[in-house]
Write a protein that binds this ligand. Structure first.
Ligand SMILES: [Zn+2]
Ligand SMILES: [Zn+2]
Length: 342
């Protein structure tokens, strides 16, 4: 089969002919119908993260059709439309068995530690396959598995309740999902903070109150809108020290700030005025859980989460075209969400 693979760190991906993967008793073979190109893939190609092995097929946002079943598989059948949860966990270790599989002792990520979806076929444990309803195109199903799923997990970690207010710092794919999902979970007001006009406009189309951080201090703006109270929940999805601090500062009493964006820089916190005095919480959120995905897919099927505008371009399984898109992501030159359709 055709597969676009990372051969060496820092080098362009290459098209390779490799055998169709064999499956174990609890695995499925999936004919890939869509594989999202994600910002993380640019990091992997650049060599900023240790890969499971090389050469390796990238791609962790995958949807397709079940082609073949292992002997013990009962949750899906041949011909089923599925999307794939990208973290392969054991299901048996302490963390898996206590419902926190993101900390599995042997967690492996698709397209990072094992071969991913930039290929014609992929094999996965059958438990990672989520049914994809006919109403959701494969391209949208693939992208649900990354940014949208991470947004849902972050909001669940934030314990958003009906009647609360939420501020989302950063209106990318994750932020736009977070805005819609926060409303679905009962938030009555969602503030969208960004500096790009088109992003802020899109956020308002999804019912958020735009806060232009390029024009003034977003914390003051949020306080003004909430009559000085601040928000119940703030999500930081960019990964900048400045916006992390702003997210914490925008909280009201008992507020919860969730850190989702990756940032290697430390931030300074006054534990009295910013945390203890307000009984505020700073919460970390990393990835998402298999158990959250059926709900997410159902929200997309019911159009509570709109997926119609996520994918901006579809390309074939072509190494040059994929490398070009990864260059765009690496250099922030072209803000498009591209999906490979092999
Ligand atoms: Zn991704
Ligand atoms: Zn485990």
């Amino acid at each position: 089969m055709k597969s676009v693979r990372m051969i060496e760190a820092g080098k362009p991906l290459e098209l390779q002919e490799i055998p169709i993967p064999t499956i174990g008793e609890k695995d499925v073979l999936v004919r890939v119908r869509a594989a999202g190109i994600c910002h993380s893939d640019a990091h992997y190609r650049a060599g900023r993260s240790t890969m499971g092995f090389l050469p390796i097929t990238l791609g962790h946002e995958v949807a397709g059709v079940v082609e073949k079943l292992g002997l013990q598989v009962t949750n899906v059948k041949e011909g089923d439309r599925v999307c794939l949860h990208y973290n392969i966990t054991c299901g048996d270790c302490y963390y898996c068995s206590t419902g926190n599989e993101q900390f599995c002792d042997t967690v492996k990520m698709l397209g990072h530690h094992v071969d991913g979806g930039y290929a014609e076929y992929i094999t996965m444990p059958a438990r990672n396959a989520i049914h994809l309803p006919d109403e959701i195109p494969f391209e949208a199903g693939a992208t649900l598995m990354c940014a949208s799923a991470t947004a849902l997990h972050a909001l669940r970690k934030a314990r958003v309740k009906a009647g609360e207010t939420v501020a989302v710092f950063g209106v990318g794919g994750l932020g736009l999902s977070a805005i819609q999902l926060a409303k679905a979970l009962g938030a009555i007001e969602v503030f969208a903070v960004d500096i790009k006009q088109d992003k802020l406009e899109l956020a308002s189309e999804y019912g958020a109150i735009p806060v232009d951080a390029g024009r003034g201090n977003p914390v003051e703006e949020i306080r003004k809108h909430t009559r000085g109270k601040g928000v119940n929940v703030a999500l930081e999805v960019i990964g900048l020290s400045k916006t992390m601090t702003q997210a914490i500062d925008s909280l009201g009493f008992m507020g919860r700030a969730v850190m989702v964006g990756m940032n290697q820089q430390p931030i300074e916190i006054n534990t009295y005025s910013q945390v203890l005095g307000k009984e505020a919480e700073i919460i970390g959120s990393n990835d998402h859980l298999l158990q959250e995905l059926p709900l997410l897919v159902d929200m997309a099927r019911r159009k509570i989460l709109d997926t119609s505008r996520v994918v901006s371009q579809v390309i074939p399984l072509n190494a040059d075209k994929i490398n070009q898109r990864l260059d765009d992501l690496e250099n922030f030159t072209n803000d498009v969400r591209v999906v490979i359709v092999p």
